[in-house]
Design a protein around this ligand. Structure first.
Ligand code: F6R
Length: 585
């Protein structure tokens, strides 16, 4: 949610910043801006629209220090004035920011002697720095003093026309430093500078970094601290489109191998987490959006496989449970980015009660990973499309394996997951894609669609609805098959597309009956199932995976979401109003 990049070094900084912003665009894409140090002034360019539509880097001044921002609006509408960077009254200080400054209204009143040109919370920071600057502090000191006034979560990068440096600070929102022979990079996420270096330092909350001819760190009080860089294994190819038209289809197709990679962890790692779950008195699975649905599927898997009751709660609602938390409670936090503010807040609430935290995350070095007592990486590589696909199935695979490990059936679990991985690889062939593309042409003609599932496929009905909402903007809803007759069936009209998620499990007959109930009222039934059935108007085959069926069943809906978006001329990678990494509450 908002992408930041800054650079100080020997290369042309504006080129690096514009290129980096294009790689960060998945974090926000309603407007963008860049601040370039040119002699003793800052040249600022801001535009409404997507940075990917900007092809005129040559029009920008050259320089060795610059920073930029791609915005997902929170405070203030999408306008050029509200785009970052924001400046102080004289224009000599500029600031970019990701996060929310919660006390911005009171600070704005306090700073009434300044001239404000935007509605944002970020502009406050520029004026706070300006006052500190006037009081005689250097840039780093002025930034540090300003930070102490801020409440909320933030990642901030600041520049001054008087200093050959960039100052970066974080509390709650991510910032990572890239260390290269040519200079220093700071960004919200590694792909922004992965073309230049894979040597990184994940900034910790409370760090202030000064990027100049050297790289130094202090805490918010100004005490020097030391941070070591380490190499990261992500490659430029993994982070790029690799010949695909969009990240979304690239990432869907990568599920041919990502399930296998997701469960490629040492036995000791999986068994250790399983042991933590077995010993905990009260386990909560926490996630938001799609990751929340993964938590829900996992609660079914733990019931069925491990005969274990676990609670699944969405991150934003978890604080309601604080009375039930003890040092023996375990939180399993599920997240692609590891930066989702609502899940991080759940961790903060739990930590205050002494609970143990395990995270299942995709982004190495993320805040969530670092806040956890133990973590399991999804190993999916960068997920750049806003909607989550490959990280979702990776998380489900890991959690299924954990359920088997908790049940003392670890070897069986490994065999099951290996079969899941290979059958998805086989499933995703060209004919399969063509069939779903064909079906998507029909789906695109409807405003609404419904998805039903039972048992462990009920959460996948909810997840499928998210996929159809967020990318092709179809009004999709997921229901437990048994709930239809309690209200939603009234929505079915002639031809309404309805997906039935069917597995060879104990509820197969019931879900088929529910599909028939819809068909009898004119609904068009798309069956996602291992076998065809007369009830289906259209059959999408999936491998017969029993309890692991949700891992395969969601993939055709991911594809349908992608192809339906193409039919409707929607940008699959950058859906309207959304952003990857939801770093605000
Ligand atoms: C939907 C989607 C979101 C995320 C949610 C949590 O496709 O991607 O619902 O799942 O914002 O994000 P992470 O997994 O990064 O915590």
């Amino acid at each position: 949610m908002c992408g930041i990049i800054g650079y100080v070094g020997q290369k042309n900084a504006p080129d690096i910043v514009i290129d980096g912003l294009k790689k960060l665009e998945y974090r926000g894409y309603d407007s963008w801006g860049i601040s370039i140090k040119k002699a003793k002034s800052l040249v600022i360019t801001k535009k409404v629209g997507k940075i990917s539509d900007f092809h005129d880097s040559d029009s920008l001044p050259k320089g060795s220090i610059a920073m930029g921002h791609t915005r997902w609006a929170t405070n203030g509408p999408v306008t050029q004035d509200n785009a970052h960077p924001h400046t102080c009254c004289t224009g000599m200080i500029s600031v970019v920011h990701n996060g929310i400054i919660e006390n911005f209204q009171s600070l704005r009143k306090e700073l009434a002697h300044h001239t404000f040109t935007s509605d944002t919370d970020t502009e406050i920071v520029a004026h706070l720095i300006e006052d500190n600057y006037k009081a005689g502090m250097d840039l780093q000191g002025a930034v540090r003093m300003a930070l102490k006034r801020l409440e909320g979560r933030f990642a901030i990068v600041a520049m001054s026309s008087e200093y050959d440096e960039v100052v970066a600070a974080k509390k709650g929102s991510p910032l990572v430093i890239g260390v290269a022979d040519d200079g220093y990079y700071v960004a919200s996420d590694i792909p922004a500078f992965l073309d230049h270096t894979n040597e990184v330092i994940f900034m910790e909350d409370g760090d202030v970094a000064r990027l100049a001819s050297d790289l130094t760190f202090t805490d918010f009080e100004g005490t020097d601290i030391s941070r070591q860089s380490k190499p990261i294994s992500w490659s430029v190819e993994q982070a790029g489109l690799d010949g695909h038209p969009h990240y979304m289809i690239k990432e869907i197709l990568e599920q041919r191998h990502t399930i296998k990679e997701a469960v490629s962890h040492s036995d000791a790692k999986i068994l250790k987490v399983a042991d933590m779950i077995n010993k905990a008195k009260g386990t909560f699975f926490i996630g938001c959006g799609t990751a929340g649905k993964v938590g829900m599927v996992s609660s079914y898997m733990f019931s069925t496989i491990a005969k274990k009751h676990v609670n699944d709660v969405v991150g934003s609602e978890f604080p309601n449970y604080h009375d039930f938390l003890t040092p023996e409670t375990l939180l399993i936090c599920i997240s692609q980015s590891g930066e989702t503010a609502d899940t991080l807040e759940a961790i903060e609430v739990a930590k205050k009660k002494g609970c143990k935290i395990v995270s299942i995350v995709n982004v190495m070095g993320s805040t969530m990973m670092r806040m956890s007592d133990e973590y399991i990486l999804c190993n999916s590589g960068p997920e750049k499309a806003v909607c989550s696909t490959k990280a979702t199935t990776a998380q489900m695979a890991i959690l299924a394996l954990l359920a088997y490990a908790c049940a003392g059936r670890f070897e069986e679990g490994k065999r099951v997951l290996s079969r899941v991985a290979s059958s998805i690889d086989v499933m995703l062939d060209e004919n399969y894609l063509d069939e779903i593309q064909f079906l998507s042409k029909k789906v695109a003609g409807y405003e609404s669609m419904y998805i039903i599932g039972r048992s462990q496929n009920y959460p996948m009905a909810l997840e499928g609805a998210i996929k159809m909402q967020e990318v092709p903007y179809i009004h999709a809803e997921g229901f437990a098959g048994g709930e239809l007759k309690h209200g939603p069936i009234a929505l079915i009209q002639n031809g309404t597309p309805c997906i039935a998620l069917v597995a060879n499990d104990a509820v197969k007959t019931e879900i088929l009956i529910n599909a028939l109930e819809i068909r009898s009222r004119g609904g068009y039934i798309i069956g996602i199932a291992p076998e065809d059935n007369d009830i289906f108007d259209f059959w999408i085959p999936v491998p017969d995976l029993g309890i692991a069926s949700p891992i395969a069943n969601i993939i055709p809906i991911q594809l349908m979401s992608y192809y339906t978006a193409l039919e409707k001329n929607c940008d699959p990678d950058k859906p309207r109003n959304l952003a990857k990494s939801v770093t605000v509450k």
